[in-house]
Design a protein around this ligand. Structure first.
Ligand code: ZN
Length: 238
């Protein structure tokens, strides 16, 4: 057995037996880790409350030969408590946890993903934005090699009259090559600005046109690319 220290985000938790809990963690440098926390569901546990989804923790982990590691000690860095008290933000944060749990691998270099996820949770904890989830998902898609192609029609190469986005291919199409999601000019503009990294500007817009369509396109394209169905977004996206 070896003991090591990590910073981590709690992605998911499951009950185990009477008093224990299993956690899926995204660590800062060791990728995804599954670990068991012994006795944390007892009322006397001092660390149980630190092990909720969206929490950032400093954790000491025992790594043995088995699949599950063991949590030796936990300190809460940030609980992101506002995310637990607002349904819409809870849904968005849960969707992020669902996707990251799906795409993160054990022992991967997770530092860039960890930074993206922790910053996103911090931003969302401060306050919601109608464009938040779409912007985050497009950043994540780009990081994972699925940046959408938004410049010209994927079929004929025309940059004029772009009117559709194909969820299957991640490409836009012109009006002559109808297929996929219909794109208004304003949604195409939002997608292009998100791809260009204009995050701060987009998150500052309080009531942009078509924000729900933008968010839906990003979420559906992410579901398709990462082969995951985001249960937490039922009722949130179109
Ligand atoms: Zn075309």
């Amino acid at each position: 057995m070896s003991l090591y220290a990590e910073k981590a985000v709690v992605l998911r938790t499951w009950k185990l037996g009477e008093a224990d809990r299993i956690l899926s963690l995204l660590t800062e440098t060791h990728g995804k880790v599954r670990a068991v926390a012994k006795g944390v569901r007892k009322s006397t546990s001092r660390i149980g409350g630190r092990l909720e989804p969206f929490s950032i923790i400093d954790v000491r982990l025992w790594k043995g030969t088995g699949e599950l590691q063991r949590i030796a000690q936990v300190d809460l860095v940030h609980g992101h408590s506002a995310l637990h008290s607002d349904f819409l933000r809870l849904s968005k944060a849960s969707a992020i946890m669902e996707i990251v749990d799906r795409i993160a691998l054990e022992e991967m270099d997770s530092s860039v993903l960890f930074r993206l996820v922790t910053r996103a949770l911090g931003t969302l904890n401060e306050g919601d934005s109608p464009l938040f989830l779409g912007v985050f998902l497009l950043r994540l898609l780009e990081l994972e090699g699925f940046a959408p192609q938004l410049d010209c029609c994927g079929i004929c190469g025309s940059s004029e009259d772009i009117a559709y986005f194909d969820i299957e291919t991640g490409e836009v199409a012109c009006s002559a090559h109808a297929g996929g999601f219909e794109l208004s000019r304003s949604v195409l503009d939002l997608l292009r600005r998100a791809r260009a990294g204009r995050t701060r500007e987009l998150l500052g817009e309080q009531d942009p046109d078509d924000s729900r369509v933008f968010e839906t396109i990003a979420a559906r394209y992410a579901q398709q690319s990462f082969a995951v169905e985001l249960r937490s977004l039922r009722g949130v996206i179109l």
